[in-house]
Design a protein around this ligand. Structure first.
Ligand code: ADP
Ligand code: MG
Length: 352
């Protein structure tokens, strides 16, 4: 007797396959699109919640295996696509078409905040996301240098056009503040500069905006963070003993503002500064540990000449430390979005 497989059977099989970050099945999560069943040939697309999904190959393989196990199936074609969910808090606060804002903070300067912001943004873009990078570090607006940008943005129809570099859109507070004047800027001027970043810049639609915040916990970082509807905050620290104090300081602004904390990153790990301070701090402070970046002079050299490591050697082991960190961070943002839709669902969950 020959079996003919039906769409319902395929969907039932896919109900046994979980998204490994969201811990629900692909059908419940409405991740299956373009399902076609023709005799024994089955094809469909799995729409992931981020192109940076760290487990995408595993999810694809699991989906394929589940359908292949059905009697009568002779061929299974699985395509992957991604649709990043939008943080509703952003749309309520600003008009720019930005789905998620990821802010990088630190307890003090010099720990690699800008290096992380730049390589994180570029890593997300390499995976296929649309990405923006906002340099809001009034004390040290170094993003243009690290991105190899040496000219200010153009103005069109009274709005700034973000600068395109290495496939991402970038703007820096350094373009708005005359050099050397940052430290004498008072609150209201900063306030206006940040507002301008959202209202007077022609942003293209994007999945993730990465923001390089000023270091520390003073009034400036706090008021900046208050103006930006941050979807998730990251704290970067170094591996030494002082990491705990620094990380605590970095976290406090996010916590004061009730910004969800994605976790702590340890930078400059290795023989010189040691390993483990970031992880220890994450444990003590009860936030996730996101990963570590080794101390390596190629990272500094790339930053100095405006050619970030993730661009010049994207497949190197060193770049992979940034790229896998970016995937962990993207997955954590997806989890936030899915919790949000759980707590106020737009539409009822499908039955069964
Ligand atoms: N993992 C690393 N290995 C080597 N050098 C690094 C690393 N991370 C950052 N640096 C270098 O350390 C310096 C400070 O980093 P930066 O990102 O500017 O820190 P912050 O923005 O926190 O002040 C820069 O010269 C940068 O290139
Ligand atoms: Mg910096």
């Amino acid at each position: 007797m020959s079996h003919t497989v039906t769409e319902t059977q395929v969907l039932d099989a896919l109900r046994t396959v979980q998204d490994l970050d969201l811990h629900k099945d692909l059908v419940t999560l409405k991740m299956i699109r373009d399902l076609k069943v023709k005799k024994g040939k089955v094809s469909f697309t799995v729409v992931l919640t981020t192109p940076s999904c760290p487990l995408k190959d595993q999810i694809r393989n699991n989906a394929k295996a589940a359908v292949e196990a059905l009697p009568g199936v002779t061929e299974v074609n699985v395509k992957l696509d991604a649709a990043v969910g939008a943080d509703k808090k952003i749309q309520e606060k600003i008009a720019a078409p930005i789905k998620n804002i990821i802010a990088v903070a630190s307890g003090k300067g010099g720990v690699g905040k800008t290096t992380l912001a730049v390589n994180l943004a570029l890593s997300l873009a390499l995976d296929g996301a649309k990405v923006g990078l906002m340099d809001a570090d009034i004390y040290g607006p170094n993003v243009p240098i690290m991105m190899g940008v040496d000219h200010p943005p153009r103005v069109k129809d009274r709005k700034l056009i973000p600068i395109k570099a290495y496939g991402i859109s970038m703007i820096s507070i350094g373009f708005l503040v005359p050099p050397g004047q940052a430290l004498v800027w008072r609150g209201p001027m900063l306030h206006n500069a940040i507002k301008q970043f959202f209202n007077d810049v022609t942003w293209e639609p994007m999945d993730y905006m990465v923001v390089d915040l000023p270091p520390g916990t003073g009034d400036v970082p706090l008021s900046l963070a208050q103006l930006v509807p941050i979807s998730g905050g990251i704290v970067i620290t170094t591996p030494q003993e002082v990491a705990l104090t620094d990380a605590r300081r970095g976290l406090s602004a996010f916590q004061t503002l009730k910004v969800p904390v994605l976790g702590i990153v340890e930078n400059m790990s290795g023989e010189i500064f040691g390993v483990g301070g970031g992880e220890h701090a994450a444990e003590e402070l009860h936030v996730p540990f996101l990963g570590r970046i080794p101390l390596d002079k190629r990272i500094r050299e790339g930053g100095d000449v405006g050619q970030p490591l993730v661009v010049t050697e994207p497949d190197s082991e060193l770049a992979q430390s940034f790229r896998s960190l970016a995937r962990t961070i993207a997955a954590a943002v997806s989890v936030l979005r899915s919790r949000e839709s759980e707590s106020n669902p737009d539409e009822p969950e499908p039955k069964g």
